[in-house]
Design a protein around this ligand. Structure first.
Ligand SMILES: Cc1ncc(COP(=O)(O)O)c(C=O)c1O
Length: 426
């Protein structure tokens, strides 16, 4: 063979590496991951390589129905052709500029979301936790500059069981020892009250005039799909207005059609002062989150007081715009509402000695498995073997949050696998 240039040799060595990689067994892939990766989640042992619609395939070609949607993110379904096209087109044109300059998709997404959802402005970030952090910063700024809270005294109230990510601020708000243990010192003046308890909320507001915000999820997702009683959101709105406190609704998980309405707050029809979106906002193609608020609040952040290298990139904005248009144009809120009823009807029939409770709204649901009956993790392993993917939360709650593009037939197929696996224990 003719003498190879250094570049050619480098190229061939890479090709050989990637060929080697292709022949790794799933166990070898898992072992390498476990050896070299940092630890956070404990993945279910299945190695996925492809997704289309509501289905996923592992490296051995086995097909699975997906009941997780990347933690309620892939609402538009895997590899949605419109999202793939937009991603390719925009990546080939202009992916990133940073907000050092203007680019068309930024204002386009802002205009679309504000007109669709009804706030003055949209501020894009990347992950859900950054959305939460941005909302708390906005609230503190508003507290000092508009409400006139004395310097250093602005307090924020959270509900027990909240989850809004893993940053130091988010874990300072957490009541879950798994999240916060040994990460202190924590952000001060984050106070916690029981969820779904307007009396406790009013008591806090009465005790402390320096509260700038109450941040909550209209349905607590990670806590195990905890749906508050009807009337709770109305009362939160009334109390926040009465005591001049901002209501922050964290709809990172519940937002954008998941619960059968465009937003989970639409179930009661009351409007928070700050809305946080993430996850389905970009359908899993690219991390995009953000907050919506009116001028009085949003303009408390001025140039230099907030920012992100990637937040608001042309690629992220274009993908998010298409992702939300898909949800709207394919009527996925309506689908979630219709199929959510079937899910409830069918899974409420599971005997109480197996599942103590079915919780949920739309296609955000949890089946609470009796601990005496079986371990949630073990059930998810059996579901995997039977061709259905999901994970438990808090050990015993089987999550059900499929892509919102799921059809009735596919949903029934999933329910059938789930109930058959549960019966196999008897
Ligand atoms: C309600 C809610 N807020 C915020 C987050 C954090 O989102 P991210 O993991 O993208 O930071 C989550 C994640 O599950 C969530 O459920």
């Amino acid at each position: 063979m003719a003498m190879q240039s250094v570049r050619q040799r480098f190229f061939f060595s890479i090709v050989k590496e990637s060929e080697k990689r292709r022949f790794l067994s799933s166990q070898q892939i898992i072992d390498r991951d476990n050896k070299y990766g940092g630890v956070h989640f404990k993945p279910l042992p299945v190695v996925l390589s492809r997704g289309e619609g509501v289905y996923l395939w592992d490296t051995d070609g086995k097909k699975y129905l997906d009941f997780l949607a990347g933690f309620s993110t892939v609402s538009q379904g895997y590899s949605h052709p419109r999202l793939v096209k937009v991603m390719r087109d925009q990546a080939g044109k202009l992916a990133h500029t940073s907000r050092a300059f203007y680019s068309e998709p930024h204002g386009e997404l802002g205009e679309y979301l504000t007109k669709l959802l009804g706030w003055d402005r949209f501020l894009p970030m990347n992950t859900g936790v950054e959305g939460g952090d941005t909302a708390v910063k906005l609230a503190r700024r508003w507290g000092y500059r508009i409400k006139k809270v004395p310097s250093g005294k602005a307090a924020v109230i959270f509900a027990n069981g909240n989850f809004w990510g893993r940053s130091l601020a988010a874990l300072s708000a957490s009541t879950d020892p798994n999240c916060y243990t040994d990460f202190g010192p924590y952000v001060p003046l984050f106070e916690k009250i029981p969820y779904n308890d307007p009396i406790a909320l009013e008591q806090k507001f009465q005790e402390n005039p320096n509260i700038c915000a109450f941040m909550m999820e209209p349905i607590q997702g990670e806590a195990g799909v905890v749906v508050p009683t009807d009337g709770y959101l109305k009362r939160v709105r009334e109390l926040c207005t009465k005591y001049n406190v901002l209501w922050i609704a964290d709809e990172v998980q519940t937002g954008l059609c998941r619960t059968g309405t465009r937003l989970a707050i639409d179930h009661e029809g009351y409007r928070p002062d700050i809305l946080i979106l993430g996850k389905a906002l970009s359908g899993g193609m690219y991390p995009v989150s953000g907050v919506l608020a009116d001028d009085e609040i949003m303009l408390c952040l001025e140039t230099g007081s907030h920012g992100s290298t990637f937040g608001g990139s042309p690629l992220g904005n274009r993908v998010a715009l298409e992702a939300v248009k898909i949800l709207e144009e394919e009527n996925l809120a309506e689908n979630a509402k219709k199929l959510g009823k079937i899910l409830r009807e069918e899974l409420s029939k599971v005997p109480k000695d197996i599942a103590t409770e079915f919780r949920g709204r739309g296609l955000l649901a949890g089946l609470v498995i009796n601990k005496e009956f079986a371990e949630g993790w073990d059930i998810c392993l059996k579901l995997r073997d039977a061709g259905l993917l999901t994970r438990p939360t808090h050990g015993q709650i089987i999550r059900i949050s499929p892509p919102l593009t799921i059809t009735e037939e596919q949903l029934r197929e999933g329910i059938n696998i789930l109930t058959t696996v549960l019966k196999s224990y008897e």
